[in-house]
Design a protein around this ligand. Structure first.
Ligand code: ADP
Ligand code: MG
Length: 240
């Protein structure tokens, strides 16, 4: 699904990614942890070309997306992205938030887009909110809507960047619940998170990143139990 080799990203003098190599198979759940500023978000943003890699190659479903001739919009449609701060359109209702891109970008008929939106609202447990505006929803509800909106484009891969970090603690569970269901259904997922329980339970592979490099990777349960790299040990001792 995803193949990354020799990925570097610099902002001016600042080397944020320093040689990332990674393969994500179909249906895999890659979980990325690491200290703030280690390049986790930049890595996700390179995967869907929200950032342009400085060096290296990224293949999505066999297609080289770092080729300058690639159609960026078509590549982005394969990937749904969920951010820490929901980024819902405030002036649109929940239903309109979900149907906008399928209608405008995929040329889906309005009826069809609405039917799809409702099935996704049902999936995230918010079918009764279709006429609400985002400002009237709780943080957990907004994030579940953001996930449904990403799914409305019927992506092959879902990227999550700390989707629960901005939520009050009591709302974290409802969002992780939706993500777990997606995982069970076989979605290919790349998740940056500080939720170690989720990482252990759902992750098929765990990456520990520090200073733009992958310092350790493998089975989450093994790494949590017996981290090999001193930096992983130090990080886990702080967060577990
Ligand atoms: P993480 O998600 O692990 O906290 P980020 O990928 O957001 O880390 O950031 C890694 C480093 O890159 C940080 O030092 C950050 O300040 C820097 N950075 C990220 N985006 C930009 C940008 N657009 N311009 C300049 N520096 C950036
Ligand atoms: Mg980040």
């Amino acid at each position: 699904m995803i193949q990354v080799s020799g990925l570097h990203k610099s902002f001016g003098e600042l080397k944020v990614l320093q040689g990332i190599d990674q393969v994500v198979e179909k249906g895999e759940k890659l979980v990325i942890i690491g200290p703030s500023g280690s390049g986790k978000s930049t890595f996700l943003r390179c995967l869907n070309l929200l950032e342009t890699p400085s060096e290296g190659k990224i293949y999505i479903e066999g297609e080289c997306i770092t080729d300058p001739k690639v159609n960026v919009n078509r590549i982005r449609q394969k990937m749904g992205m969920v951010f820490q701060h929901f980024n819902l359109f405030p002036h649109l209702t929940v239903l309109e938030n979900l149907t906008l891109a399928p209608i405008r970008i995929k040329n889906m008929a309005k009826d069809q887009a609405e039917a799809l939106a409702r099935s996704l609202l049902k999936k995230v447990g918010l079918l009764d909110k279709e006429r609400e505006y985002p400002s009237r929803l709780s943080g957990g509800q907004k994030q579940r809507i953001a996930i449904a909106r990403a799914l409305a484009m019927q992506p092959d891969i879902m990227l999550f960047d700390e989707p629960t970090s901005a939520l009050d603690p009591e709302m974290v569970g409802e969002v992780l619940g939706v993500m777990k269901e997606l995982a069970t259904e076989g979605m290919t997922m790349v998740v940056v998170t500080h939720e170690m329980g989720f990482a252990r339970e759902v992750g098929s592979k765990l990456l520990f990143m520090d200073e733009g490099k992958i310092l350790e990777q493998g089975d989450p349960r093994t790494i949590f139990q017996d981290p090999q790299h001193p930096r992983t040990r130090e990080f886990l001792s702080k967060v577990l």
